[in-house]
Design a binder for this molecule. Structure first.
Ligand code: DGL
Length: 226
């Protein structure tokens, strides 16, 4: 069984590579939508339409599709689950919960696209897990495009690093899969903060889904043998 991985751009390939290291027995197939990147400046309706179109190539071969894009997850995953009920969709959401648990009181920083930060899904996450802490949300609206085109530079990070230090943030949430490309640089510049990605959470979810499928397929072969 192939696992589909979708992102507007290179975030999907990074996620697929990291998951392939954790699940060497699984085959990953990626899809992107570089011609419409960035998704982060689009309306929810536009993102739903584009994501649906972009995953068409995955639907015929993949029973499990990872929406490796926080922006598309926030806007489209509910609609996709309704439209394609036989497919198991796994989404990416900013890792607010582990970041807030670590910080308890104090500040965290959430780096994400404007569409993610404005989404109801994100606002609900924040209300649920980050009630007693401050979430600093700097403007990262140009980052995905700059990372995608190789234009992003260390200097782009410096104002955000300064802001993080001023607020003594204890955790930095990478709420866009493109930012996995600059994770090491952020960690180097902010050694005092933990970096939260969703990779482990998504890997755990994928593991549970695969267990469910292997149970289901052993049941099917038992039933067809009897
Ligand atoms: N990589 C996508 C995410 O995780 C966003 C990139 C974009 O704006 O297209 O949110």
């Amino acid at each position: 069984m192939k696992i589909g991985v979708f992102d507007s751009g290179l975030g999907g390939e990074i996620v697929a590579n990291r998951l392939a290291n954790l699940f060497p027995g699984l085959e990953f197939m990626t899809a992107n939508d570089r011609s419409h990147l960035p998704y982060g400046d689009k309306t929810a309706d536009e993102i739903v339409g584009l994501t649906d179109q972009a995953i068409q190539g995955l639907l015929s071969s993949c029973q499990v599709i990872i929406i490796a894009c926080n922006t598309a997850t926030a806007a489209a995953i509910g609609t996709l689950r309704t439209r394609y009920p036989k497919v198991e969709f796994i989404g990416f959401e900013p890792a607010i919960k582990p970041a807030a648990n670590g910080a308890r009181v104090g500040s965290i920083m959430v780096l994400a696209t404007p569409a993610t930060l404005e989404s109801n899904k994100y606002l609900r996450l924040k209300k649920r897990y980050a009630r007693n802490i401050t979430a600093i949300e700097p403007d990262c609206s140009t980052w995905a495009s700059r990372i995608e085109s190789g234009m992003f530079q260390r200097g782009d990070l410096l104002p955000v690093v300064k802001l993080a230090r001023e607020h003594r943030v204890q955790a930095v949430v990478l709420g866009c899969t493109h930012y996995l490309a600059i994770e090491a640089e952020i960690a180097k510049l902010l050694p005092e903060a933990t970096i939260q990605t969703q990779i482990v959470g998504v890997a755990n979810r994928l593991n549970r889904v695969m267990l469910k499928y292997s149970y289901a397929s052993s049941e099917t072969s038992r039933n067809s043998a009897s």
